[in-house]
Design a protein around this ligand. Structure first.
Ligand code: KIV
Length: 283
């Protein structure tokens, strides 16, 4: 199905699968209604990523993020969108125990948020779980390479796929997740040649972040690419805007104007004698 054909309705998993080999799949994270509205206009997939723990809540990893946090932000994003496929991240601790635990968490998020799919991190150790979930009607997006939820176990954030052993592990994991029924796989900070090779071998789409332009799609954290995340963005983030500076400038000017009584000006107050303005408020 062409991109055009999905213009007036929400995209489905089938639409996303059909983009492989045709058009790059545009994905972006959103955690709030305003960002979701902007992304919905132009993106194929909006991911409610558990990166919200670091970006919005100032946590030092995604590990403390809870299912309820994902539920609340997932609801906001679903409400604000009409066209993009919505995927919600399963947070750390909500799926690693068993297929049954993962199914329960995913079903809860899908029912409560209206999202169409969930994403989880992990390779071979997660394939049984993914098979359990997909056999029971949960669309699952995989996530391999750098896995932020395992950052403590992995000993930090680093590029994956530089050794022969890692390369063959990533390829095996990607194929196993595909066999388990994943509809797409995020590859984070995977060596570009390896990412291209995996993309060619799979019949489901690969979504790159810090991986390769040859992936079937790309994803970035919206606050990183708009300059709102408040931290130095990694090399793979292109700064499309510097909103943090604009926000600082606006807040600074507001504070100055309140202190100097420049704000509020005459046009920002409601005078009871001004009937016209009063009518406008009521409208
Ligand atoms: O949590 C997140 O935002 C993600 C993307 C970076 C892929 O997993």
């Amino acid at each position: 199905m062409s991109h055009q054909g999905t213009k007036d309705r929400r995209k489905t998993i089938r639409d996303i699968l059909a983009l492989k080999g045709q058009t790059p799949i545009v994905c972006l994270t959103a955690y709030s209604a305003p960002m979701a509205r902007a992304a919905d206009e132009v993106c194929d997939i909006v991911l409610v990523g558990d990166s919200l723990g670091m970006v919005l809540y100032g946590m030092d990893s995604t590990v403390p993020v809870t299912l309820d946090m994902m539920m609340h932000h997932g609801r906001a994003v679903s409400r604000a969108t009409e066209k993009a496929l919505i995927v919600v991240d399963l947070p750390f601790g909500a799926y690693q125990e068993s297929g049954a635990q993962a199914f329960r968490s995913a079903a809860y998020l899908m029912k409560e948020t209206g999202a169409q799919a969930v994403k989880l991190e992990g390779g071979l150790e997660m394939t049984e779980t993914v098979a359990f979930m997909t056999a029971r009607g949960i669309p699952v997006m995989g996530h391999i390479g750098l896995q932020p939820q395992s950052v403590h176990a992995a000993g930090g954030y680093k590029v994956v796929g530089r050794s022969e052993e890692e390369r063959s592990r990533i390829m095996t994991e990607a194929l196993a997740l595909q066999t388990a029924g994943a509809f797409a796989i995020v590859m984070e900070c995977v060596d570009p040649d390896l990412a291209d090779h995996v993309t060619q071998k799979l019949h489901i789409p690969t979504i790159g972040i810090g991986a390769s332009a040859g992936c079937d799609g790309q994803i970035l954290v919206s606050e990183d690419m708009t300059g709102l995340s408040g931290t130095r963005a990694p090399k793979f983030v292109k700064p499309y805007a510097a909103l943090d500076q604009q926000v600082r400038d606006a807040v600074t000017q507001y504070a100055e104007e309140v202190r100097s009584r420049v704000f509020p000006a005459e046009e920002h107050v409601y005078r009871s004698s001004d009937a016209q303005k009063k009518i406008k408020i009521l409208k």
